[in-house]
Design a protein around this ligand. Structure first.
Ligand code: FNR
Length: 346
């Protein structure tokens, strides 16, 4: 399909499905077990409606929506989530993701399981491009320390440590094509270990995969600089709630968390309105995984187009909602919007 015929994020998946070998497509598409969490991540957005306000002058609305993420400036409140194996979608692997992130000035978080090495990805970075590096637990301290040092040397400004993978996900769709791990071991990630991790690097360590208000509160108590609500795109525990539902839980039970640390979230974000709903709940920036992996089948151009489409959608949605100043939907002023939206979040 010519790129111009792809007009929204879901289009990239359908077009990529027609292009890719079935095993490669399936690796990206897969969720755990019966894929309820995978489907719920997408469908939950439809259960929380927007109450648009009319008669508000939005003619000066600036569709670009600069955001800071851990103090770094980006042009949009969404980022490229860490996803393994860019080579399953493109012979140049992660090149298109890092280049498009630079071109559109958004954050890219390379996965530890990227096909390209940290250094190879860094070689594609633009001057001064800020990335964060995703990491998983490695019981070997020397290896972890070395990984953090390589990330820092490559210009990563934070570690995004995924805590939602104590075991492999039960991914049956991918297993049918032998593109799922058969490792049955468990790793233990504890708060004590987080304290230890902090001694291995001076980069901030964000925790990815937080899924309850209790763990969000513990993260604040342990001085975590930011948490990232995620059920791993429904790939780990089938039955885990959508990050949107977790963000609502935090709003209802301990909303101060949004003021105390930065909160990011991902899972099922496909449209501008999905992004706006997350932001209204106090989420600072929203991650997107599969759509960018599918867009990367068209390389830098494809990912750039996907980013541009989503930026445009956010602007259109905000205008239609009567949100005149997108820049004001940030951590300090979200409360008004939360009220506006949460009233409908029944
Ligand atoms: C992932 N995800 C992921 N997360 C992580 O911390 N490290 C990783 O290596 C990977 N790898 C990975 C591969 C693929 C193919 C997918 C689809 C996902 C999870 C990812 O960061 C993110 O949480 C989800 O993709 C978000 O959901 P959506 O946007 O794909 O619906």
């Amino acid at each position: 399909a010519p790129l111009e015929s792809l007009v929204g994020l879901p289009d990239f998946e359908e077009a990529a499905r027609r292009r890719l070998p079935v095993a490669n497509y399936t690796y990206y598409r897969n969720g755990a077990a019966g894929e309820w969490s995978y489907r719920n991540n997408l469908e939950v957005f439809n259960r929380y409606a927007i109450r648009p306000r009319m008669m508000i002058d939005v003619t000066n609305l600036d569709a670009s929506f600069p955001t800071t993420i851990l103090g770094h400036n980006f042009s949009a409140p969404f980022f490229i989530a860490p996803c393994a194996r860019g080579d399953y979608g493109n012979i140049d692997a992660e090149k298109g993701l890092v280049e498009a992130a630079a071109a559109e000035d958004i954050l890219y978080i390379p996965s530890l399981s990227a096909f390209l090495s940290i250094e190879q990805i860094a070689a594609y970075k633009a001057k001064d491009q800020v990335t964060f590096q995703q990491a998983y637990l490695n019981s070997n301290d020397t290896a972890t320390k070395e990984l953090f040092a390589r990330a820092k040397a490559s210009g990563a400004k934070a570690i995004v440590f995924s805590v939602d993978s104590a075991a492999n996900g039960n991914r049956q769709r991918a297993a049918r094509y032998s593109v799922s791990s058969t490792d049955t071991s468990y790793t233990l990630i504890t708060w004590e270990f987080y304290e230890h991790l902090k001694t291995l690097t001076d980069l901030p360590i964000v925790l990815k995969g937080i899924q309850t208000v209790e763990d969000a509160r513990l993260a604040v108590e342990h001085g975590v600089p930011a948490i990232y609500l995620s059920n791993h795109g429904g790939r780990q525990i089938d039955g885990a709630r959508s990050p949107l539902e977790v963000a609502i839980e935090i709003n209802q039970r301990d909303p101060d968390i949004f003021k105390q640390i930065e909160v990011y979230a991902d899972g099922g974000v496909r449209y501008g309105a999905d992004v706006v709903k997350m932001l209204a709940l106090g989420v600072r920036a929203v991650g997107i995984g599969r759509p960018f992996m599918f867009a990367n089948v068209w390389g830098t151009e494809g990912v750039t187009r996907a980013i541009q489409l989503l930026k445009t959608e956010i602007g259109l949605d905000a205008a239609n909602m009567g949100v005149a100043d997108l820049k004001k939907i940030d951590q300090s002023t979200y409360t008004g919007l939360v009220r506006k939206l949460v009233l409908v979040f029944k």
